[in-house]
Design a protein. Structure first.
Length: 291
């Protein structure tokens, strides 16, 4: 299987339009930033799936050579979209796909309820294309075009703020992709609140796992902005400093969904040595993995 990181920043991106923090100012000055978290994955190199649809999706697709259309006028290698959550930074871009002839969307029941309710992306898209919903039932493998199978694993029940009143448990999932042709196993968990048994099951036997790198430090918002801020853990994001010591050997770990306050989102940051010493990586926009 092949995985392409389309974007690696948390909501807002790097730089964020209204932020003058150290990281955003540096990104603006150097022109080196990050687009919002999203990836593309394929088993056979022809049938591709998006995992999440970031607000930066159009630019991300235009810069991904494997996702270029053709040879027919409206042929596209894109077969569908899987959501790990209903958060706006993971879903807003789905409206960008309205030109598709049809659109296959894979989501848990609670995520679908948000996308047909308070953020009615599904009903809006239905005015432009044919939307086909596929329910992701955690623990039940789903076969994708191109040979991959994927299983959702529930990581938490944190709802987006706009969907605060909605019921359900499976609001945040990881995906575990298996390629029967190569034996490759890939895990994707951009939002991780606890190092749970469920997350351990995503890691078990995986060649590579992409995990939540939103914050380096639990007190990062205060540390980096000087303003009173909530701890990372209270926002549903286990900070990197609390996961680095837990990474088992034998699996490549890459951090994604980096907030603009995160020092390891910046090229050459001294804190990067802590990540590399643990054998892990900070994912980069455009990076490709072959498993
Ligand atoms: C999160 O990752 O916690 C959310 O995407 C926050 C947000 O709404 O930007
Ligand atoms: Mn987010
Ligand atoms: Zn900033």
């Amino acid at each position: 299987m092949r995985v392409r990181f389309l974007g690696t920043a948390a909501g807002g991106g790097l730089p964020q339009w209204n932020c003058a923090c150290t990281g955003c100012t540096l990104a603006r000055r150097t022109g080196v930033g990050r687009t919002q978290d999203c990836l593309a994955i394929t088993g056979d190199g022809s049938a591709w799936y998006l995992v999440n649809a970031s607000p930066d999706l159009r630019t991300q697709l235009v810069h991904a050579p494997e996702l270029a259309p053709g040879p027919g006028l409206r042929d596209t290698p894109l077969r569908g979209v899987l959501f790990t959550s209903a958060e706006l930074d993971h879903t807003l871009g789905v409206l960008t796909l309205r030109e598709a002839a049809s659109l296959d969307i894979y989501a848990t029941a609670p995520v679908r309820s948000a996308l047909e309710g308070p953020f009615p992306a599904g009903p809006i898209l239905s005015g432009y294309t044919t939307v086909k919903w596929h329910e992701v039932v955690p623990g039940q493998p789903v076969a994708l075009d191109g040979g991959l199978t994927v299983t959702g694993v529930t990581l938490g029940a944190k709802r987006p703020r706009y969907a605060a009143g909605l019921p359900g448990e499976d609001w945040v999932v990881a995906y575990r992709f298996v390629d029967p042709a190569t034996g490759g196993v890939f895990g994707y968990a951009p939002c991780l609140a606890q190092w749970s048994d469920a997350f351990a099951s995503v890691i078990e036997g995986a060649d590579a796992v992409v995990l939540d790198g939103t914050f380096m430090y639990d007190d990062e918002m205060t540390r980096e902005t000087g303003l009173p801020g909530r701890p990372a853990s209270s926002m549903g994001h286990l900070p990197i400093e609390q996961t680095l010591g837990k990474l088992p050997s034998g699996t490549l770990f890459l951090y994604t969904h980096l907030n603009n306050t995160n020092p390891v989102a910046r090229p050459g940051a001294p804190e990067l040595s802590r990540v590399t010493e643990a054998g892990a990586q900070i994912a980069a926009d455009g990076q490709v993995l072959e498993l």
